[in-house]
Design a binder for this molecule. Structure first.
Ligand SMILES: CCCCCCCCCCCCCC(=O)SCCNC(=O)CCNC(=O)[C@H](O)C(C)(C)COP(=O)(O)OP(=O)(O)OC[C@H]1O[C@@H](n2cnc3c(N)ncnc32)[C@H](O)[C@@H]1OP(=O)(O)O
Length: 201
């Protein structure tokens, strides 16, 4: 994991790739504005949210103890509209004995293609996620999630991705997704927010 991280950090040196911050780092900067916008978009659903529980909310992929759940880092290439996620899931993500749970793989795919759509489109939500699980992923192995923004059509963003072994010899999973932009006026400038809070290369 460390070796791959260092290889990508090297690619960041000429500015072609950017080491993305974690959701927590982005969210803490504008979380109140972001939350207000989302609740205004879904007023009926918002009324049903238990405000006390809301204060305990945590991003799902960062809610496990270190080393047990989702361990990952993402890198973004603006020219190619690609995000690569280096992912090593922990033992609490088991499904079939010795392999990752399909829902855990889907979660990491959604987080990766979602981040690609957020950087390109602002505030978006997943409308459709289509996954082909082609080979089981051994528990605790390191994989690469390669995502690509394919098309923007009005409010719709189409992002595809695959999950491969580090040597690229095994194709584990393929997915396509549709995101819908909630802020066509781009009032939140999420791209700048994400890129400006990127950790130093
Ligand atoms: C501060 C920063 C914080 C950052 C935090 C980072 C967190 C990162 C998290 C990581 C990521 C995690 C992300 C998550 O976990 S997101 C959580 C999972 N997703 C949801 O809960 C979304 C639920 N769905 C909805 O709320 C609505 O359906 C949305 C908002 C998506 C659209 O409802 P809205 O009322 O707005 O739009 P519309 O209905 O007029 O549709 C508009 C157009 O889109 C077309 N369409 C719609 N749906 C579909 C479909 N299924 N297939 C094909 N087409 C579809 C539709 O035909 C129309 O097309 P056209 O007629 O115009 O041609």
């Amino acid at each position: 994991m460390r070796l791959l991280f260092d290889q990508f950090m090297k690619k960041c040196e000429d500015g072609s790739w950017i080491h993305l911050p974690s959701y927590e780092d982005i969210a803490t900067q504008r979380s109140q504005d972001f939350s207000t916008f989302i609740h205004a978009y879904f007023p009926t659903a918002s009324e049903q949210i238990n405000k006390e529980k809301l204060s305990q909310g945590r991003i799902f992929t960062r809610s496990f103890e270190d080393g047990l759940g989702f361990e990952y880092v993402m890198f973004y290439n603006d020219a190619e509209k690609r995000i690569v996620c280096v992912f090593q899931g922990g033992p609490h993500l088991q499904g079939m004995p010795g392999f990752f749970h399909g829902g855990a793989i889907a979660t990491m795919i959604d987080a990766t293609v979602g981040m690609n759509a957020i950087v390109s489109g602002g505030i978006v939500m997943t409308a459709n996620l289509n996954i082909n699980f082609k080979r089981p992923i051994p528990l605790c192995s390191i994989v690469l999630i390669n995502s690509q923004l394919d098309k923007i059509e009005g409010r719709k963003l189409l992002v595809s991705c695959n999950v491969q072994s580090v040597d690229e010899k095994i194709l584990y999973t393929e997915a396509t997704s549709l995101f819908i932009k909630l802020n066509p006026e781009k009032e939140f400038h999420i791209k700048e927010l994400v890129l400006n809070s990127a950790p130093p290369a």
